[in-house]
Design a protein around this ligand. Structure first.
Ligand SMILES: [Zn+2]
Length: 260
């Protein structure tokens, strides 16, 4: 276990649970839509901001910040601002692709919204095999902040250390006092995602290396789900192994009829 100062980011897609009712097709389509949107958001994240894990309709990202955290925090806020553009662009595509489906999930795509949470503090990083687990009170705090009193559908929520680091870069943000279950109350700062200063920051954000376009030989969906976790080279090895396995399986099945 290693202690390190880090900026923590959670992106959360809301509107998801409310639009699932009882029909199985809605559930399957809803999962596909949310996965698609989450991928669009986390594909936009550039080093050092790294995806730690996916948590249902949310993703947890972090970047270690070292002794002078302010530049890394400002970079994270700019990247977060750009997440909303990636989300909106993909949402438009998804709506277009699914315009012929009449299920509850596909017809309520426009009800989906993105929220982002940014915090800075000391965390513990625990290595478990190839996985890095983030732990500590600051990690608990950012998760508890998902329940808050921000009167907006799409917003960026920042904690005090983040607000200090960005100074007046987002003049539209307003303070709010939140009671946190099991922790001390905190002051948070929030701004609607369409605030002009956030839009400016989004344009200044560094771009992630372009995600490879799906090729005709794109692997099945199950193999693609780890490719946005660049910190885990073991996934690449597993992916190659799986691809070889699939290739071998294909050859085997092709030859099988000759044997019988
Ligand atoms: Zn549908």
């Amino acid at each position: 276990v290693r202690l390190t100062p880090a900026v923590l980011v959670i992106t959360d897609i809301s509107g998801y649970t409310s639009f699932i009712k009882h029909r199985a097709v809605s559930l399957v389509h809803a999962e596909a839509i949310v996965t698609d949107l989450l991928e669009a958001v986390i594909d936009r994240a550039a080093h050092p901001l790294t995806v730690n894990k996916l948590e249902g309709d949310a993703a947890l990202l972090y970047a270690e910040t070292g002794a002078d955290p302010a530049p890394a925090i400002r970079d994270a806020v700019a990247q977060v601002a750009a997440f909303f553009d990636a989300f909106a662009a993909r949402l438009g595509l998804v709506r277009d692709q699914r315009r012929h489906c009449t299920c509850e999930a596909c017809t309520s795509v426009t009800g989906l919204a993105l929220k982002a949470f940014v915090h800075h503090g000391e965390i513990a990083i625990k290595q478990v095999r190839q996985f890095e687990e983030l732990a500590g009170e600051e990690v608990i705090l950012i998760h508890r902040l998902l329940k808050n009193h921000v009167p907006s559908r799409e917003y960026v929520l920042m904690t005090e250390p983040v607000k200090r680091a960005i100074g007046d870069a987002v003049p539209e943000c307003s303070p709010l006092r939140e009671e946190i279950e099991g922790l001390d109350p905190v002051t948070i700062w929030w701004a609607p995602s369409d605030a002009p200063s956030l839009r400016r920051l989004a344009r200044s954000a560094r771009t992630a290396p372009t995600a490879p376009a799906p090729s005709p030989t794109a692997p099945p969906e199950t193999l693609r789900e780890f490719t946005h976790l660049p910190r885990y080279p073991v996934n690449r090895i597993a992916e190659v192994r799986d691809r070889l396995g699939i290739l071998a399986g294909t050859l085997f099945r092709r030859r099988a009829p000759k044997r019988s």
